[in-house]
Ligand binder design. Structure first.
Ligand SMILES: Cc1ncc(COP(=O)(O)O)c(C=O)c1O
Length: 396
């Protein structure tokens, strides 16, 4: 018999799973190339050369004990490289002890939530948001409090303030955002910090930053460390270096955090007690050597442009994302998410309903799929629009 909490999680995870299963079914039936599957955010670019060079070097020149246990926060040499890089970026002096190496951003979030959450504590999230947060928060008996964003997916500090109660423990922000691709401006971060600092208890800002290196059109993503004091960053190289299967990331507590000492110690203990023990040893060493490498962001930007044109030219609406790997398009007025998904699926166009991100009325499409798939999908967008009586903006 599974727990009641797990039963709830099984039910809420079913939307993306359903899409995934539908994708596999259609691909078997019609062939990979004839199904336009935009449902999964799995980066398809290969990791950069520096990653393979570092791996080869480590395999050829092993050092004694390199596969052994280590401190639960990871190798000091790796944490130093990260701390130095983040010091330069932020202008703050960041110690390697601020950093704890983790098994990706998901484990980083769990380590942080475990360290700060008492049963019933409230964690604010900004819709649309990555729904895995629900599971992470439930793992530590917290309560999700959803605050909506505006039509351009920008959050309002006033709305966040209205949601704060004496039980508010943290707010999770994610910019560039999954699913909207929006980058929160520095003015928002500053205003949020001022508001939170005016409260009579500490409210942590957990900044989930796996997409921080994926920004387009020359836009610079504001550095959260420069604007927020009680900040804990959760980062991973899942997207920046296309390494989601390798599970490598970190937490970083701002030196300006009021609870810096206790919090950094608590996160390390959580990393151990939640079962990661430490992040993969070899990948810490790879990161140390390849810290400045990046995937081909221009390639993602090109594919974003192609997919965005398909959507707009066919007659649909969407805000052009500035970062991350997704377009969060509007579903046509008067249609439910399910009806729109079904209309798309009938032309083998697969996407994820906005409801899976606590924002019905939208659908998420991941553009980390081959350029050819995006080009081939154009006719499907036009066909769906035609079925729904939507006039095209340009010719096919
Ligand atoms: C917003 C967001 N946070 C966290 C994660 C988890 O990342 P990781 O693979 O590093 O655990 C993802 C993965 O897609 C994500 O989109």
């Amino acid at each position: 018999m599974i727990s009641n909490a797990m039963r709830d999680q099984l039910a809420s995870g079913s939307l993306i799973r359903k899409m995934f299963e539908e994708g596999s079914r259609l691909k078997k039936l019609y062939g990979e190339e004839n199904v336009f599957d935009f449902s999964i955010g799995n980066p398809d670019l290969e990791p950069p050369r520096e990653v393979f060079d570092a791996l080869a070097d480590l395999a050829e020149n092993p050092t004694p004990g390199m596969h052994g246990y280590m401190s639960n926060n990871g190798y000091e040499s790796t944490r130093r490289v990260i701390a130095d890089r983040m010091s330069v970026k932020s202008g703050l002096r960041i110690s390697p002890d601020a950093v704890c190496m983790t098994v990706g951003a998901a484990a980083a979030m769990n380590d942080v939530l475990h360290s700060i959450t008492d049963p019933g504590d409230e964690i604010i999230v900004l819709a649309p948001y990555f729904m895995e947060y629900n599971g992470y928060i439930a793992n530590h008996n917290g309560k999700v409090v959803i605050v909506d964003t505006d039509k351009r997916f920008n959050p309002s500090v006033d709305k966040i303030r209205e949601a704060v109660t004496p039980r508010t423990k943290a707010i999770i922000i994610n910019s560039p955002n999954n699913p909207s691709g929006v980058i929160y401006p520095a003015s928002f971060l500053k205003e949020l910090n001022t508001m939170l600092n005016s409260m009579d208890h500490v409210i942590h800002v957990i900044s989930d930053e796996p997409y921080i290196d994926l920004a387009y059109d020359g836009i610079k993503v504001p550095c959260t460390l420069q604007h927020i004091d009680n900040l804990i960053i959760c980062f991973s190289w899942s997207k920046s270096l296309s390494l989601p299967g390798e599970r490598i990331g970190y937490t970083l507590v701002s030196p300006l955090h009021e609870d810096y000492k206790e919090l950094t110690a608590a996160i390390v203990i959580s990393n151990r007690s939640l079962g990661s023990v430490n992040a993969p040893a070899i990948w810490q060493k790879v990161i140390e050597r390849a810290i400045d490498a990046k995937v081909d962001v221009a390639n993602y930007q090109h594919r974003r442009d192609l997919l965005y044109s398909n959507i707009i030219d066919a007659g649909f609406n969407a805000i052009k994302p500035c970062g991350a790997l997704y377009i969060f398009m509007n579903t046509p007025q008067g249609m439910s998410d399910e009806e729109f998904s079904a209309a798309c699926a009938s032309h083998k166009l697969l996407l994820v309903s906005g409801a899976a991100f606590a924002k019905p009325g939208y659908a998420r499409l991941a553009f980390c799929v081959s350029e050819q798939t995006i080009i081939n999908s154009r006719k499907a967008f036009f066909a769906v629009a035609k079925d729904l009586g939507i006039s095209h903006k340009t010719e096919l």
